[in-house]
Design a protein around this ligand. Structure first.
Ligand code: DQA
Length: 161
């Protein structure tokens, strides 16, 4: 099975951004660890990070086999993803569009947060995605990505993928 790992706004700063909250591991490390982990479990994993809501929505569409409307703007070839693991960053708390992209393509997804969003500001407690996620991980630091990858492969395998 193929898994797509998406990280939203500001997660390119992982490792240097508010390390008391998000730790010292960089996104590059998280992504290469996730790729290696997927390979060792017999799956494949590609990664995508963007600070732009629309770019993330386009990538979710592409991962479900829906190309961009403008055929001159060729996206890089993306294998269809059986599952998306997504840390939407701040879009978690704001984006109906992101929710609609995930629901519209029907790709099952796991929501990951590095920090415990329930122990911080009140506005971080609401997610536009959690009620539709297969699973939600938060507060485990970057270990949450590792947990999500192992869970995703097991989940897909149980369903014959
Ligand atoms: C986050 C939590 C969000 O509230 C925040 O906006 C982020 C990161 C996390 O991984 O803990 O950017 O998703």
């Amino acid at each position: 099975p193929h898994i797509l790992l998406i990280n939203g706004p500001n997660l390119n700063l992982l490792g240097t951004r508010e390390p008391h909250i998000y730790g010292h591991t960089t996104l590059t490390d998280v992504e290469s660890q996730a790729r290696a982990q997927a390979t060792s479990l017999g799956a494949t994993l590609s990664t995508f990070q963007s600070n732009h809501e629309g770019a993330i929505i386009d990538r979710i569409h592409a991962a479900a086999g829906h190309g961009p409307l403008n055929p001159t703007k060729k996206e890089e070839e993306e294998p269809k993803a059986s599952m998306i693991i997504i840390n939407p960053g701040a879009l978690t708390h704001t984006s109906v569009g992101l929710r609609d992209a995930l629901l519209g393509t029907g790709t099952p997804f796991v929501e990951v947060h590095v920090s415990n969003v329930h122990g911080r500001e009140e506005f971080r407690r609401h997610s536009y995605l959690s009620d539709k996620a297969v699973a939600v991980v938060c507060g485990m630091g970057v270990f949450g990505y590792r947990a999500a990858v192992e869970f995703a492969v097991g989940y897909l395998r149980e369903r014959g993928e």
